[in-house]
Design a protein around this ligand. Structure first.
Ligand code: UGA
Length: 431
């Protein structure tokens, strides 16, 4: 089949590339001509392991193309996929400007029947709006599909090619076989629902995962006070199949472009129909507080931070990405600066992105983790990059002014710390 994917962010680019792998021809379209030029040079605008090799292979073999000409690409396609961003408005509501504009342009370009499939995360009812916008711009027939995306940054290709399930929201049963063909080879677990339920599944899934994280973080905070170990608690809980072991890793809380945005949007969606989503409001509140636990631990260990030197390991919202959007590291670094600390930061790949958003004369940008630790009163680990596991901790401790390590992601085991000379604090585990 011939596809157009509109938007070359995480969702659009990864889906576009993956749909070439089961025999489709895909054109990824973006308004940003510079981005398109780079993609045509096989340079990915996102950091995602494996993506550049796939772009290169599919460009060469003629199954993939990049273009800024939405109209031409839409006319040549059977299916048009909307994958533009839906960022948060100050109210927490999703900003639908980009998707509505894209829908109008698709309508204007259409010269015959098309299937329009929405992959962007959109509030319940948005696909109906999209239908109205397209219908107002074209006399041609079309069908709408809500196909929310569940990929994670850092494992986006694997998640797309081997998803736990595919959700297809339709209102015309004739579209189902086309959707099954489009996703051939990805998974047999295809759930076909109505459009509104598909839209809701996406928000409910992200909200539930965020709830698991805030839940385990609160359990961790209690564990610290009662002398229990949250890693063991999570393991014991997770073996119960009804609970499951994933997303029970305690730490400094969730960040990224999805959970913070989608939890706030779902609170708004509920509020718009006069329902107060109390549980989710608490999930967000717990998450916001959790990052400041790092500051509390620093105060307990070294007292005032004025004039102290603090090393920060990790700025990305999670490992294997250069994405710093809504990263808990941002508020932690800002708070350290505000309290008068000199902050020596290191991240293997996200430092440039972080620096574009926030810089300060009290920040020292380091190129090695050991450099961030040297002369510091404490090191705080904020992202669980695997490179931090390979550090010679004893050697590092000997270069610090005070050998204190605050592990905000529970990356190390007790055995790894023993004998290093470090005073070690983690989340929800006995010191
Ligand atoms: C998340 C969802 O996992 C995807 O299914 C979804 O498609 C995506 O949002 C989206 O809506 O586009 P992502 O934001 O890439 O994916 O990252 P996750 O791996 O889910 O991690 C999110 C945050 O939660 C990170 O800051 C991570 O450090 C934190 N986290 C995750 C924990 O603190 N504890 C855990 O146990 C798991």
């Amino acid at each position: 089949m011939k596809l157009t994917v509109i938007g070359t962010g995480y969702v659009g680019l990864v889906s576009g590339v993956c749909f070439t792998l089961n025999g489709n021809h895909v054109v990824c379209v973006d308004k940003d001509e510079e981005k398109i030029a780079k993609l045509n040079q096989m340079e990915s605008p996102i950091y995602e392991p494996g993506i550049e090799a796939l772009i290169e292979m599919n460009l060469r073999e003629g199954r993939l193309a990049f273009s800024s000409d939405l109209g031409e690409s839409v006319r040549r396609s059977d299916i048009v996929i909307l994958a533009v961003g839906t960022p948060s408005l100050p109210s927490g509501e999703a900003n639908l400007e980009y998707i509505e504009n894209a829908a109008a342009e698709v309508g204007q370009a259409m010269d015959g029947y098309k299937i329009i499939m929405t992959k962007s995360t959109v509030p319940v009812g948005t696909n109906e709006k999209i239908r109205q916008i397209i219908a107002a711009n074209t006399p041609h027939p079309f069908d709408i599909v809500s196909a929310p995306e569940f990929l994670r940054e850092g494992s986006a290709i694997r998640d797309t090619l081997h998803p736990d399930r595919i959700i297809i929201g339709i209102d015309n049963p004739k579209v189902e076989p086309v959707m099954r063909e489009l996703h051939q080879g990805f998974t047999d677990k295809i759930v076909v629902t109505d459009i509104r339920s598909a839209e809701m599944i996406k928000y409910a899934s992200n909200a539930f995962l965020a709830t698991k994280i805030s839940f385990i973080n609160e359990i961790a905070n209690i564990c610290e006070k009662v002398g229990a170990d949250v890693t063991e608690v999570a393991e014991g809980m997770g073996l119960d199949k009804r609970i499951g072991s994933s997303f029970l890793q305690a730490g400094i809380g969730y960040g990224g472009s999805c959970f913070p945005k989608d939890t706030k949007a779902l609170i708004q969606i509920a509020g718009n129909v006069d329902y107060e989503f109390k549980l989710l409001k608490s999930v967000v509140e717990v998450n916001t507080d959790q990052r400041f636990m790092i500051l509390d631990k620093l105060h307990e260990s070294i007292g005032s931070l004025a004039g102290a030197m603090v090393g920060v390991w990790g700025l990305a919202f999670k490992p294997n990405t250069d994405d710093v959007r809504e990263s808990p590291a941002r508020e932690i670094v800002e708070a350290l600066v505000k309290e008068g600390a000199i902050v020596k930061v290191f991240d293997p790949i996200a430092a440039d992105n972080f620096r574009k958003q926030y810089d300060h004369p009290q920040i020292r940008w380091c190129t090695l983790p050991e450099e961030a630790a040297e002369g510091s009163d404490a090191v705080t680990l904020l992202t669980d990059w695997s490179v931090f596991k390979d550090i010679d901790l004893a050697k590092m401790a000997s270069t610090m002014r005070r050998p204190i390590l605050i592990d905000g992601r529970n990356l190390y085991t007790k055995a790894q710390i023993e004998g290093t000379g470090l005073e070690y604090h983690s989340v929800g585990r006995p010191s």
